[in-house]
Design a protein around this ligand. Structure first.
Ligand SMILES: NC(=O)c1ccc[n+]([C@@H]2O[C@H](COP(=O)([O-])OP(=O)(O)OC[C@H]3O[C@@H](n4cnc5c(N)ncnc54)[C@H](OP(=O)(O)O)[C@@H]3O)[C@@H](O)[C@H]2O)c1
Length: 245
């Protein structure tokens, strides 16, 4: 039985992954900022079969509370061996272009809060010499595009941070997984027109569960994004700057 901390537990994608954990009878500690949604997710996971489900209401931008939250999760569950970081906001690119304050706010939520959490969890698991850390990053971090480069910057930083962490923690037996998700139909993308490249939260959430089971390093979800992003990364900058991708 795993002892799992999920940050951003009300995310549509994380909810699907959490249901798989619950069906395995794992212990779950859920962190999110909306108390009603959090309680509704927790009740569902109890019904799905989780051995224990505890919750904490928290805005992840309050980084001062991260150490206390992680310690609380460990104490309440009687252990901690798996962490899934799922929170995020889809930045308003135009608003960020107009205001550095807005850019900073987005970088705080999508990057700095994640790096704060990773710093503490990494030290905790390194001491124990075991554990799994999974973080939902994005294909948007693989190449900067005019339509979303602030969000992409945050995800790129998270992906590189995770690469370094994976390299550092390998010898301690800690598994670090970068989830590079493509377009996913969730509340975050409710206003977008959906096409053939879009995946459901079920598909991606289940993919995250499998990646954790299989102790993967870096996964693209769905899988075909690995090849799409390979092509996009290979385009010379002189060509790429003229595109409207
Ligand atoms: N959907 C996509 O196309 C896509 C693609 C690539 C990567 N991702 C990533 O996947 C992850 C999950 O997103 P999703 O698609 O499942 O969207 P979602 O359902 O909107 O989930 C995002 C979650 O982040 C939480 N959150 C945002 N800011 C927070 C804060 N300051 N403190 C605590 N929680 C906060 C939200 O809580 P509230 O409900 O309280 O706002 C919400 O539960 C995110 O990291 C996102 O960047 C999504």
């Amino acid at each position: 039985m795993r002892h799992i901390l999920i940050i951003g537990a009300t995310s549509a994608i994380a909810e699907v992954t959490a249901r798989r954990f619950a069906r395995d009878g794992d212990r779950l500690y859920l962190v999110a900022r909306n108390p009603e949604r959090l309680e509704s997710v927790a009740s569902d996971l109890r019904l799905c079969g989780a051995t224990q489900v505890e919750t904490m209401v928290m805005d992840v931008n309050g980084t001062d509370r991260h150490v206390e939250m992680i310690a609380q999760a460990e104490t309440v569950m009687g252990g901690l061996d798996t962490v899934l970081i799922a929170h995020g906001t889809l930045s308003n690119q135009q608003a960020c272009e107009a205001s550095f304050k807005e850019t900073l706010r987005e970088l705080q939520t999508n990057c700095l809060s994640v790096i704060s959490l990773l710093t503490h969890v990494a030290n905790c698991f390194e001491t124990k010499k075991r554990g799994t850390i999974a973080v939902i990053s994005s294909v948007a971090g693989d190449r900067g595009r005019k339509s979303n480069y602030v969000y992409g910057t945050a995800k790129a930083a998270v992906s590189v941070f995770l690469q370094g962490l994976r390299n550092r923690l390998y010898r301690s037996g800690v598994n670090v997984i970068t989830i590079k998700a493509g377009f996913v139909d969730t509340p975050m993308t409710a206003d977008f027109c959906k096409g053939f490249l879009w995946a459901s939260s079920e598909k991606v959430g289940n993919g995250i569960y499998r990646s954790i089971q299989r102790k993967r390093d870096e996964v693209y979800l769905p899988w075909f994004w690995r090849w799409i992003m390979l092509v996009i990364r290979l385009l010379p900058e002189g060509v790429f700057k003229k595109t409207n991708i």
